[in-house]
Design a protein around this ligand. Sequence first.
Ligand SMILES: Nc1ncnc2c1ncn2[C@@H]1O[C@H](COP(=O)(O)OP(=O)(O)OP(=O)(O)O)[C@@H](O)[C@H]1O
Length: 203
Amino acid sequence: MLQCRNLTFHYQGRAVLDGINFDLPAGRWNLTGANGSGKSTLLKLLAGVLEPDAGQIELAGVNLSSDPEAAKRRIGYLPDQARAYPGMTPCELWRMVAELRGGDAQAAVAHALRYGLADFIDRPLDKLSFGTGRKCFLVAAWIGDPLVLLLDEPSDGLDAASVRQLKADLAALPEDRLALVANHDQSLAAVLQPLSWPVGVGA
Ligand SMILES: Nc1ncnc2c1ncn2[C@@H]1O[C@H](COP(=O)(O)OP(=O)(O)OP(=O)(O)O)[C@@H](O)[C@H]1O
């Protein structure tokens, strides 16, 4: 469902990913590995936020470089450091994502209530606490029921009740979905299948 061929990326001349190959089937994958080993960089490349120096990415049958818009409609992405337009509220963010991805912003509001966001949905994102903001972007990642979820340390900053909700959301994903979760949180690992980075799967 997710294929990388010869994926290569450098930061300032230093290879972070050097000819990576893997085929990852649907499932909920716990991407673990040492700090600085390139997990966030991999997720940024898969989300189309960074462009590889070489190699190809195919997501759910669509090549990311030849049809980026179609590929991105299949992806829900929680970045390590999510940013919104200044003054944008969670509701506005969810409406924008719903329009881009063909989802339901009202369903996102209902989802947000399960993360305890009732009091925050109309406040500017840049005035929210770190964890509250992360929850808003987490809700955005789920909009439109994407085939591929790319989540960068999704429990980072979340309170205990929200971690329970996140685990329930991950456990409830349909079997044909792929979630690739960069994660150092042992409790979240319990609902995920191990995937050690940089070892490829099915390469
Ligand atoms: N914007 C950047 N400019 C230059 N180098 C960067 C940049 N972002 C990351 N790096 C470097 O790329 C390498 C991989 O970083 P990355 O954030 O992908 O690692 P990670 O496995 O996600 O780490 P962690 O577990 O700490 O989140 C590191 O050596 C890091 O210093």
